[in-house]
Design a protein around this ligand. Structure first.
Ligand code: CA
Length: 391
């Protein structure tokens, strides 16, 4: 049989495949050195992976949270279904969570994990990368910035500033640090020292993880207005739309948020009322690839830049890369630039064996860009032995 005929035969067979089994893996890895942000300190990293296997032997991987909801509520709704019917299965899962109101909460992270795995399966069945299934890529590589510069014991100034300089040496054109965990004066000193250490040409962002109310967010924002910050992330409570509007009106730097919201229904008022300059949906919480594509289309129509939130294993990093590859510039631009019109993806550089070991070859950046995987589905090879070891 010719390769083309063989591929058609495989595709025909794949159109009739059914979901046979769903397995979940709760991964943890310890940290040598705990680190902190405004809401706490951690000494280990964790995530949940899901593996969906079909009756014809294909396997798709997803990432999210809440394995008990996957195993007992949403997973059983998918058994026997055709994984190619992604939108229909999304509705089936969402409807199971829908009564009560649209706030799917943590179950949204379970839905996200399953949705990502369905897309991985669909891509493998069609022998196409997910970005092609999404409509085709606009870019082959996605601009990234380094997330690090957390609080650690005895870090300031030397260790913190060395970390920042190391990102510049690695070629990063942007990086993000934390605020909201110390007094305003201490955080201001920290951010000013960072700007001094990295020079004027590298983009610098701050993230309060909802650590302030509108008044205190504006207070620190004004003290930092000469530091040339690209954005101020999650300055206030993620659910406080009015506080976002107040902060956005008072400060010169862009205001970013949205990593904690789920589904287009939660994003809608923030986008429609332009509570953000930059929206940061997280693919493993907001509803997976299916829903994130809808949220991003809404944001683009509202003139709001999408800079995806990324904090997990290579599974969600790959899913985010495929989606980011398809995001139109905001606004449409002939020579679109990162930070101006092009999406810029978060690239977590804090210690994580999960991020580094779930795939044999972890994602890496060159000149502050990460290549979009080319293989079928997510385009990554999950090391199942490493997954089981960390479970
Ligand atoms: Ca954040």
């Amino acid at each position: 049989m010719s390769e083309v005929l063989f591929r058609e035969a495989v595709t025909r067979d794949n159109t009739r495949m059914k979901i046979a089994t769903i397995e979940t893996f709760d991964l943890t890895c310890p940290l040598d050195r705990p680190f902190g942000w405004s809401q706490g300190w951690i000494d280990q990293r964790g995530t949940t992976l899901v593996k969906i296997t079909t009756d014809n032997g294909l396997a798709g991987w997803g990432e999210g949270a809440e394995s008990s909801i996957i195993n007992h509520l949403l997973g059983p709704l998918l058994i026997g279904a055709n994984p190619m019917d992604r939108a229909g299965l999304w509705e089936r899962m969402f409807h199971a969570l829908y009564n009560g109101n649209n706030a799917v909460g943590l179950a949204g992270s379970a839905l996200s994990a399953l949705d990502i795995a369905l897309w991985d399966l669909a891509g493998k069945a069609a022998n196409l990368p997910i970005c092609t299934l999404l409509g085709g890529k606009i870019r082959d590589k996605v601009a990234v910035y380094a997330t690090g510069l957390y609080y650690t014991e005895g870090e300031f100034p030397d260790r913190l500033l060395d970390e920042a300089r190391s990102y510049v040496e690695q070629g990063f054109t942007g990086m993000k640090t934390k605020v909201g965990g110390l007094s305003i004066e201490e955080d201001v000193a920290r951010v000013k020292a960072l700007r001094e250490a990295i020079g004027p040409d590298v983009s610098l962002m701050i993230d309060a993880n909802e650590g302030y109310n509108a008044t205190t967010a504006i207070r620190i924002g004004k003290k930092l207005q000469d530091v040339d910050l690209v954005w101020f992330e999650e300055p206030v409570n993620a659910q406080d739309l009015e506080a976002y509007l107040e902060v956005k009106a008072a400060l010169p730097m862009a205001i970013a948020g949205g990593e904690n919201l789920r589904t287009r229904y939660e994003f809608k008022p923030y986008l429609a009322r332009r509570a953000y300059d930059i929206v940061q949906p997280d693919i493993m919480h907001c509803g997976g690839l299916t829903e994130m594509a809808r949220i991003c289309a809404l944001a683009n129509a509202c003139g709001i830049q999408v800079n995806p939130h990324v904090w997990g294993s290579p599974v969600m990093i790959a899913a985010t890369l495929h989606l980011a590859a398809t995001l139109p510039p905001c606004p449409p631009a002939r020579n679109a630039q990162p930070y101006l019109q092009e999406p810029v993806m978060e690239f977590d550089r804090t210690p994580s064996a999960i991020r580094d070991e779930v795939c044999a070859v972890p994602f890496d950046q060159v000149d502050s860009f990460v290549k979009v995987p080319q293989g079928a589905g997510l385009g990554i090879e999950v090391d199942e032995e490493a997954v089981r070891r960390m479970s």
